[in-house]
Design a protein around this ligand. Structure first.
Ligand SMILES: [Zn+2]
Ligand SMILES: [Zn+2]
Length: 252
């Protein structure tokens, strides 16, 4: 049956994306280059094996939810509900680049505001607590969401595709960017080079320290890819830059 075939395809991509990205970063930071990254641990401790097992369990359940929504997007695209095309580059390379960038920038806004809403005391326990069980996360926390949060995170794609036309390639590039940035945010040890937060490219990216501080103090640093919304809304951790400089001070 078509639904099962489309779901299996989508699940393989969603699970594969998570396993490859989280596994690769885990292998580098936690296994092969562990002594090099040890001084850069933002929380001064590595996540425990128990934390990692829980992060993987929640992430597997999220991959199932993401893939059900993703299968709905593909079938809904065929039915004309979503502006999603399975053929690629029908609108040309320039549109492909625009659509990919728009997916990223709009997702950054969607993530900031939904994430901030999830920290409302009435919603936190029910929706977002599972993610914050990781006080010092590992890359395996990338998809560590409770089921309601997983649905909220997954809903971005069908919602944006109601208005923004995109195809399989733009979605693939956006999701690749999403998972790479997501695992870097949960790396535990700072991945960015010394001086980055005071350098000319600082406005283009949050860092591992940025999101690690959110896991340690939940009323700041809600942003995902860019530091923009936290700056505009005054929710950047007051010691963000100082902490980044402290953890990157050691010679690695
Ligand atoms: Zn997180
Ligand atoms: Zn949070």
């Amino acid at each position: 049956m078509e639904l099962a075939r489309v779901w299996a395809f989508t699940f393989a991509w969603d699970l594969g994306r998570y396993l490859v990205a989280a596994g690769a970063l885990f292998a580098v930071v936690w296994v092969f280059a562990r002594p090099r990254f040890e001084p850069r641990l933002v929380g001064k401790r590595w996540a425990s094996a128990k934390d990692i097992r829980r992060e993987i369990r929640y992430s597997l359940s999220t991959a199932v939810i993401f893939s059900l929504v993703g299968a709905g997007v593909r079938l809904g695209g065929r039915a004309g509900v979503f502006r999603f095309e399975e053929s690629v580059l029908a609108r040309g390379v320039a549109y492909e680049a625009f659509a990919t960038a728009a997916l990223v920038v709009l997702h950054d806004a969607y993530f900031y505001w939904t994430h901030r809403a999830m920290h409302h005391p009435r919603l936190f326990r029910l929706v977002h607590r599972a993610h914050h069980l990781s006080h010092d996360p590992s890359p395996w926390a990338a998809y560590a969401f409770g089921p309601i949060e997983a649905v909220i995170q997954a809903a971005y794609v069908p919602l944006v595709l109601l208005v923004l036309p995109a195809d399989e390639l733009a979605l693939f590039l956006f999701l690749a960017f999403m998972i790479v940035r997501n695992v870097i945010g949960h790396a535990g040890a700072e991945m960015f080079s010394r001086g980055f937060v005071r350098g000319p490219l600082a406005f283009l990216s949050t860092t591992t320290t940025h999101h690690a501080l959110h896991h340690r103090r939940a009323d700041v640093n809600y942003g995902l890819y860019f530091p923009w919304w936290d700056r505009w809304m005054g929710t950047t951790h007051p010691a963000y830059e100082a902490t980044f400089e402290e953890v990157t001070r050691a010679k690695t």
